[in-house]
Design a protein around this ligand. Structure first.
Ligand SMILES: O=P(O)(O)OP(=O)(O)OP(=O)(O)OC[C@H]1O[C@@H](n2cnc3c(O)ncnc32)[C@H](O)[C@@H]1O
Length: 584
């Protein structure tokens, strides 16, 4: 039988009764109740009670309302004294007309909704960000001037080494660098204790045993090893003994080569900038320490064939790099000052007039202290007195000339050199200059490299000419040793960059003086740890098609669409409400 016919018949019948019923209600007690019942027609039929249940529904209406209704009904519909049965629809016919009412349809709908809810819930829960757990690594930078302890952390679940490693803590060891303890090695170990205790607090106890601990010694220990290898060994023994008492996974203490120091500094800078991961043009690294300085960059003019000792190759995140790097031992800020003063005092005078120190600066210094370094020891004047008077005259141009005396520009067997006969390819790309480059230029307020180089020199000239008393008054908070040396240090930095590395007035603006990148200090330590823990993959890791929130959204949208499709596919089973209110 066609649906329309069924529908027509049914509608008429139900309409009659509804109308009847409505009239009675409106004429008597309960307008509210009648409206409620009429509105039920517009609800999905599956949630409405069957005709039988309607009967029960009316039985719930309180007596003052139900009584007149029951009185108006013909006895044949009355199945109990309190119930009202006024719908004259055969149950069987009803089901044919509106199969939506069948239990199967209801069950399918409920299961469908439950399945969708379950699917979305599982997708959301499965992919929700878990409470973050971290892994840790500790690197000690045993430099010439001091030792620093760095703690790094990265998300523990990133097993394919794609998690970002960040510095969480820096502890500066009190006292000088470990190379200064050559005559009392045990003290070198003891000096590290406080920072190691701090590390125990920073790394969660559960992680202590899995946390690698490295100590890398740089130019100070290189020089000590050159001058007195057994003293250097004793310092390392003391340091090892001290570090092994702590619960971390001790991975050894060693001198890192100048080449490694340069290369790991370059990795740190480019890793933190995310240039390696994204395969972007890299940034050169300029590192100025106390006893050595490093320059590292990638140049199209350098393939490693000329002076292979300056070449380091890497494959990182699927890209090959041929890095030029060179470390100049003795050209750190402290050792270069020694070299310059050795040049000024070659004849062993009792008084040294120094253009790199402020006018009014006077100090008595010891010749044996000045010459106690392999960088200058062979130049010690024979008949010099024990001490000399160091007097500042604050003349920038003379200072520049004195600083230049520490560089040798005479011989170069390569296509081009920086100084001391060392190959240096053409400068290329942006540069990050850190450590003492930053400390000094930041103090002098000269970190803005968009300021023309001539203006920078002019400012420094005025600073150097300022009286020492005035300088001390202006900066009472600054360590006197640093304060006395800023004129020299600034002049040395500008001379090293322009005369040594051949930065021009134009390319000087390619340099950025930096201390930290995204919260982590620029320096070799991070690159060193990344290398030793294999944290940078050679090949680019496979990335998921969608990030987590995108994935959850797509799954949810698909689930909802499927549900709508499912409902639409049941269209033939949909109930049809006439425009007139009806009660089934
Ligand atoms: O790499 P090496 O050559 O072994 O040296 P280092 O590790 O001790 O070198 P740093 O980068 O720690 O420091 C570089 C120099 O900067 C000096 N320095 C540190 N803080 C400074 C500041 O605030 N102002 C001026 N100089 C500073 C420090 O004494 C060193 O001479």
């Amino acid at each position: 039988m066609p649906n329309s016919v069924l529908k027509g018949r049914s509608t008429r019948k139900t309409h009659t009764h509804t109308h009847d019923y409505y009239n009675r209600l409106s004429g008597h007690e309960g307008k509210t109740s009648s409206l409620f019942l009429l509105s039920l027609c517009y609800l999905p039929r599956s949630i409405l009670p069957s005709p039988f249940h309607f009967h029960s529904l009316f039985s719930l209406i309180p007596p003052p309302l139900s009584l007149p209704l029951s009185l108006s009904l013909s006895p044949q519909f009355s199945r109990s004294p309190v119930s009202v049965n006024f719908i004259e629809v055969d149950n069987r016919e009803m089901k044919e007309m509106n199969p939506w009412h069948t239990p199967v349809t209801i069950i399918i709908t409920v299961i469908g909704v439950m399945a969708i809810v379950a699917l979305v819930t599982v997708a959301v829960l499965q992919n929700r960000p878990l409470p973050q757990k971290y892994k840790y690594g500790i690197v000690m930078d045993a430099g010439s001037s001091h030792t620093a302890l760095y703690i790094y952390e990265w998300p523990a679940e990133k097993d394919n080494n794609t998690g970002r490693v960040e510095q969480t803590h820096l502890c500066k060891v009190k006292g000088p660098g470990i190379s200064s303890y050559a005559s009392a090695p045990v003290k070198a170990g003891e000096s590290l204790r406080l920072c190691m205790e701090e590390a125990k607090q920073w790394v969660p106890g559960k992680r202590h045993h899995q946390t690698p601990l490295y100590l890398g010694a740089t130019a100070g220990m290189r020089l000590l090893n050159m001058a007195n290898s057994s003293a250097s060994d004793k310092v390392f023994q003391a340091v090892e003994g001290a570090l092994q008492k702590f619960p971390f996974s001790y991975q050894g203490a060693k001198i890192i080569s100048g080449q490694d120091e340069g290369a790991f500094g370059w990795i740190t800078v480019n890793y933190l900038d995310e240039r390696l991961k994204q395969g972007l043009e890299t940034r050169g690294a300029l590192d100025l320490g106390g006893a050595s300085t490093q320059i590292s960059f990638v140049s199209d003019n350098y393939d490693g064939s000329e002076s292979p000792s300056n070449s380091v190759t890497f494959r990182l995140y699927g890209n090959d790099y041929n890095l030029y790097t060179h470390s100049f031992l003795c050209y750190g800020k402290d050792q270069s000052l020694r070299m310059m003063q050795a040049h000024q005092s070659q004849a062993g005078p009792a008084t040294v007039l120094d253009p790199c120190f402020h006018p009014g600066y006077t100090a008595t210094k010891n010749y044996s202290v000045l010459y106690d370094s392999p960088c200058v020891s062979d130049r010690k004047p024979k008949d010099a007195p024990d001490t000399f008077t160091h007097i500042g005259i604050g003349d920038f141009l003379q200072c520049q000339a004195a600083v230049k005396s520490v560089f040798n520009f005479t011989s170069c067997k390569y296509s081009r050199c920086s100084f001391n006969g060392v190959l240096q390819p053409l400068l290329q790309g942006p540069y990050g200059a850190f450590s003492a480059y930053y400390f000094v230029m930041n103090f002098l307020n000269l970190t803005d490299t968009s300021v023309p180089l001539e203006d920078v020199k002019e400012k420094l000239k005025r600073y150097c000419a300022t009286n020492w008393d005035q300088i001390m008054q202006q900066h009472p908070e600054v360590k006197l040793k640093y304060l006395a040396e800023y004129c020299f240090s600034g002049t040395y930095i500008l001379t090293l960059l322009t005369e040594g590395y051949n930065f021009t007035s134009e390319s000087y603006s390619d340099i950025k003086f930096i201390k930290k990148i995204k919260g982590s200090d620029a320096g070799w330590t991070l690159g060193y740890m990344l290398n030793l823990t294999n944290m940078i993959p050679a090949e680019a890791p496979d990335t998921p098609l969608l990030p987590h929130p995108g994935y959850v959204s797509v799954v949810s949208v698909i689930a909802v669409l499927l549900f709508i499709l499912f409902i639409v596919s049941l269209r033939p089973l949909w109930p049809r409400c006439s425009k007139q209110p009806q009660i089934v």
